[in-house]
Design a protein around this ligand. Sequence first.
Ligand SMILES: [Zn+2]
Length: 239
Amino acid sequence: MTSQDKYSLLRTILKTIGLSQEAIDDIVDRISDWLSEKGDDKSVEKIEYPYLVRDDFLSPAELSFYLVLRNAVSESVLVCPKVALGDLFYAKSSDNSKHRIYTNKIDRKHVDFLLCDPKTVRPILGIELDDKSHQRQDRQERDAFVENVFAAAKLPLVRVPVKFSYSVTDLAAFLQPFLGKKETPAPQSTVVQVANGSPNCPKCGTEMILRTAKSGANQGEKFWGCSNYPQCRGTLKAA
Ligand SMILES: [Zn+2]
């Protein structure tokens, strides 16, 4: 069996267990990297860095939209281009293998622009720039998936069709309903009585861990902290 055949078989197996194409590519890349590493200690010295800065970090269409977007929101909002979904979201699952699958699904995907609160850098709104590629079927599946991820995480996402030119006023008016919203306060911590086991996080529903406050006014006191910390900062007072 050639290594080409082996990878092809591996891809078929991974596809059968329901992994996405991106997850499969990632796993095959990792295994191929791993197998090509030599066992001797000198392999560390042989690592090469054949990297260059891309000229197309933003495409011309993205850049022209970005410049109008900056004008439309001025200083009230921070505009981050190309944010990886893995940096923006995390998967809630206490099952490790499911967690990996959910994480792989958002791996290698990004949102074109993310608007954040300029002081707290808290995400407010995702913006996707729709060009012709969004009419392709694989692209539509990807778009629907990304929309569902945003909806599940309750972060608004809007689509803006690519145009030759944009009106700053129109774009500002379009975005205003999303930017005017007051930040939702974190859920109030309440005292919980737990007969046995741990409570579930009020923010993400994952099991919590009993911790001791290391600093602050409550130093030394026990509290429940989310096991997804620091991705989720949900806490509860321990009874
Ligand atoms: Zn949590």
